[in-house]
Design a protein around this ligand. Structure first.
Ligand code: HAM
Length: 430
């Protein structure tokens, strides 16, 4: 019997495979660090929520008529007869946790970030998986358009500082009242052509008309070409807010394109919405997306607290770097020192075992061989791992309480006291 990972789920490996070099843990950690450092500098605090949440939470927040809730959730009934769902996104769980722990009352402005796994039963393809990781932020408490600009600027600078070329698509979906009026206008416009709409389009017309705009079907796009645009239905307040956001983005030198067709796949958005699209990624080109959701906290049982945020797709970020031929930043996983023992004697091995522990306790990455390799092959292993120093312990060294310390790059070698290995290596690393 050979087992494999579930369809459209993947393993992130310790060593690069030639087929999927981006699926390596060193790259993932480096991108996670890049994100974490960026958001910590901007005053965001980390939140971690469970993988499982009550199914009802997502039905209520994302919306029953959305693709995610109607056909993509991993939902099951647990042994206590509760319906649980593996989280398809991180926003609703963050809202649930903040309400549950009373964080909104204690923190009038709450800036959060998370790095988490999400699960959606999607039709898989390159860049679209059934388990994906998001790097996200959520801000609660502020309606100031300047915070919209901060959130957008963070998402954009995450990519630009990595060297990923991308475009910011921006729209405003206004308040629920604006959307209700618009929905009727859109339906009235489409109704005469309803028979010519794709099956998916017809279904959306009935259950979630705004989602008609988010189609790739050429015929549907042609029908919708002259449709009224949501922007013309925004209230005075929504329009002003949106104009302010754009003004801040311009002041920050962040280019953007107003995209009237951008409606996003969740019901909870209100006001500013956006997507960041990468180049050279094919159909799955959304690197990240997000927006405002001023009614969500209340909808989930909390007080009226405005919110906004974004989620960046880890896999798509790594694929974008690969498509651009950019080597992503990587952790250095090489040891600083590799201990090599010569001869058969046990004393040398015991000295090596103790020295290894001493080095590691002193914060120096160190390793040795455990496969009984001969002298020459131990050097080969040290070279393969990319060590900086060889520490050689032969019979003479055991007898005199010393080691040979050899710099791999320069070939310089010196005999030093066993007790001074740590300080000598530390001084050489300065
Ligand atoms: P989303 O647009 O569904 O938004 O996902 C955010 C990003 O996650 C996408 O732009 C994409 O890069 C990545 N992504 C989504 N689904 C997949 C998938 N199946 N495979 C690979 N990558 C995927 C949200 O989830 C919102 N919670 C974002 C947000 C936060 N809005 C406000 N705050």
């Amino acid at each position: 019997m050979r087992y494999s990972a579930p369809p459209y789920m993947y393993d992130v490996l310790p060593y690069a495979s030639s087929k999927e070099p981006w699926l390596t843990t060193a790259r993932w950690r480096a991108i996670e660090r890049h994100f974490r450092e960026m958001v910590l500098r901007a005053g965001y605090r980390e939140i971690r929520t469970p993988i499982l949440e009550p199914t009802e939470l997502f039905k209520r927040s994302i919306g029953e008529a959305t693709d995610i809730v109607s056909k993509e959730m991993f939902t099951f009934v647990d042994r206590g007869e509760r319906s649980l769902t593996m989280k398809p996104e991180g926003t609703a769980p963050a809202v649930r946790a903040c309400i549950e722990h009373g964080l909104f009352a204690e923190h009038p402005l709450l800036k959060l970030f998370y790095i988490g796994q999400n699960f959606r039963y999607e039709r898989g393809q390159k860049g679209r998986y059934r388990q994906h990781q998001q790097l996200g932020v959520e801000v609660f408490g502020a309606t100031d358009p300047a915070i919209d600009a901060e959130v957008l600027a963070l998402a954009m600078s995450f990519f630009t500082t990595l060297g990923v070329r991308c475009r910011l698509h921006l729209n405003s979906v206004g308040t629920s009242e604006c959307r209700a009026t618009y929905r009727e206008a859109l339906k009235a416009y489409v109704r005469p052509s309803l028979a010519h709409l794709s099956e998916e389009g017809k279904m959306r017309f009935e259950v979630n008309p705004l989602r008609m705009l988010d189609t790739k079907d050429q015929k549907d796009l042609a029908i919708l070409a002259g449709a009224p645009v949501l922007r013309d239905f925004l209230s005075e307040e929504s329009s002003q807010h949106f104009a302010q956001v754009q003004e801040y983005l311009t002041a920050l030198n962040i280019p953007f394109a107003i995209d009237d067709g951008l409606v996003r796949g969740f019901d909870y958005y209100s006001g500013t919405v956006f997507e960041i699209k990468g180049e050279g990624l094919g159909a799955q080109d959304a690197l990240g997306g997000g927006g405002r959701y001023d009614g969500l906290v209340e909808e989930c049982g909390g007080t009226a607290v405005p919110g906004l945020g974004f989620g960046i797709g880890m896999e798509r970020c790594l694929l974008a770097l690969e498509a651009l031929g950019i080597a992503p930043p990587q952790d250095d996983e090489s040891p600083v020192a590799f201990i090599i023992t010569a001869g058969e004697q046990q004393a040398g091995k015991t000295t090596a075992v103790r020295l290894l522990q001493t080095l590691r306790s002193a914060g120096i990455a160190a390793d040795m061989d455990y496969l009984g390799k001969n002298f020459r092959r131990q050097f080969k292993r040290a070279d393969d791992l990319g060590t900086k120093f060889y520490i050689i312990i032969g019979e003479d060294e055991v007898a005199s309480g010393t080691v040979q310390l050899k710099d791999r790059a320069s070939g310089e070698q010196e005999k030093i006291e066993l007790d001074s290995v740590v300080p000598v290596i530390k001084s050489k690393l300065l």
